[in-house]
Design a protein around this ligand. Structure first.
Ligand code: ATP
Ligand code: MG
Length: 427
């Protein structure tokens, strides 16, 4: 019979890799905690309308990447392709927007795109969203926070911050007209995708990877020339704060981001170490979205990072963030009476030594075969129970690494103390 396999682009994260994920998630969680951000958890399924209304009808995500299905009662639901829309929905619905909020979330997102290295159909993001703060100091804080994370993860030197301001929706509309007028004169030089976008979402053409289109864009009007005064001042202040903090960045005038809801600040952290999937983190300001989703007018800024790409970058840059998890102690017992004593002693050791990684041999077997497993486990110490130990109410403490001292028989009453000492020696 053929076995059932996982869905294409949806991968298992196996025990060999989970230490990396856990170390990464722990670093992110503690950093966000130290900046005073609070975790929020939203459902992975929402009304489809939430995403079409926020991300925009004519974006790649809503047009062709969403997992959309009919609920049993006929509602159109979608697996979340990103977290911002659900976070805004939750903040409105639960009355969180009466005071400024600094929130974060982590979890799986779903997009039906072509799977490749660093691009999956189920992938994981940590998102950070702030509400109720209109001034550029919060834009700066978010960017500095992300930079500090790369520094802690050991690859700040491998990533570049790209920054732009896309202004207000009015200034963008004016720019859009100018861009359409320019590109309209060169319609035939555009590929099919860009021709279609000329009608639906012309700013997205700036994102085009097509070299001919990129060359054409060199002569196009620049968004920077269309910035309204307030947006320009906001951007100048943001840059001043980043400069003051000593953070370097590149202004990328073509950075517009794929989603409809951004205004003013947009940024991406990119690396050359991951091939085509070089963006590890992206975000920006989205002052209009809360009102657009039915909440009261509330300024907002946020970003999301892709955890798969961060894990790849950790491996790529030789991080030692997640050293292989070894056992500390491996307990073996030969014979039924010895097993009874071993279970009793190990249980009381667990009471006393809560952070000790204590593996108990399961499934019986000879002394020799059990010792082989103990050696393989990477433990520093083996605890051995046999007939002699049961009779004498002792246990044999056998160091498995040179530095953990001599093999010795220890009275059961002194086991915890002796084990402590042996483990301390082996470190
Ligand atoms: P890309 O240009 O790589 O498709 P995006 O602009 O669609 O990215 P965002 O919606 O801004 O991505 O999501 C934020 C981050 O989430 C990205 O920078 C990336 O690190 C990660 N990400 C997005 N889509 C995927 C995916 N399909 N698989 C893995 N990570 C992803
Ligand atoms: Mg994408």
């Amino acid at each position: 019979m053929s076995s059932i396999r996982a869905i294409r682009g949806m991968t298992d994260i196996l025990p060999g890799d989970t230490p990396w994920w856990q170390a990464l998630e722990a670093q992110i969680g503690s950093l966000l905690d130290s900046y005073g951000y609070h975790e929020i958890r939203m459902p992975v399924v929402e009304q489809t309308a939430l995403f079409s209304r926020s991300i925009g009808e004519v974006t790649d995500i809503v047009e062709k990447e969403m997992y959309t299905f009919e609920d049993r009662n006929g509602d159109s639901l979608s697996l979340r392709p990103e977290g911002t829309a659900g976070c805004v929905r939750a903040a409105i619905q639960n009355g969180l927007l009466n005071t400024p909020q600094k929130l974060w979330y982590a979890g799986p997102m779903f997009r039906h795109e072509r799977p490749q290295k660093g691009r999956q159909r189920q992938f994981h993001q940590v998102g950070v969203e702030t509400f109720g703060i209109a001034t550029p100091d919060i834009d700066a804080e978010l960017i500095l926070l992300s930079a500090r994370l790369w520094q802690r993860l050991g690859f700040l030197d491998e990533v570049e911050l790209q920054l732009n301001s896309i202004g207000s929706s009015e200034s963008r509309a004016a720019y859009r007209d100018a861009l359409v007028a320019y590109l309209g004169q060169h319609r035939d030089a555009l590929d099919e995708d860009s021709q279609r976008r000329l009608e639906t979402n012309p700013l997205r053409i700036l994102d085009s990877k097509n070299p001919d289109t990129q060359a054409l864009l060199d002569g196009a009007p620049s968004l920077a020339d269309f910035l309204d005064e307030d947006s320009a001042a906001h951007f100048a202040r943001l840059r001043e704060l980043l400069d003051a903090a000593g953070l370097s960045y590149t202004i990328n005038p073509r950075l517009v981001r794929g989603l409809d809801y951004y205004n003013r600040t947009v940024f991406e952290w990119v690396t050359t170490r991951l091939g085509a999937q070089g963006t590890i983190c992206a975000g920006g300001r989205y002052d209009g979205l809360v009102a657009q989703l039915g909440g009261k007018d509330t300024p907002a800024v946020g970003f999301a990072m892709g955890l798969e790409r961060l894990v790849l970058l950790l491996a790529e840059t030789g991080s030692n963030l997640a050293r292989p998890a070894d056992a500390d102690v491996y307990a073996i017992a030969v014979g039924d009476a010895a097993q009874v004593q071993a279970v009793k002693s190990v249980e009381s050791l667990r009471d006393e030594m809560q952070n000790c990684r204590l593996l108990v041999h399961n499934g019986g077997g000879s002394f020799k075969s059990q010792m082989k497993k103990a050696d393989k486990s990477g433990a520093a110490v083996a605890l051995i129970w046999g007939e002699d130990e049961v009779a004498g109410q002792t246990v044999t403490l056998k160091p498995l690494r040179q530095s953990a001292g001599e093999q010795r028989q220890v009275p059961l009453a002194e086991l915890a103390g002796a084990l402590h000492a042996a483990l301390a020696e082996s470190n």
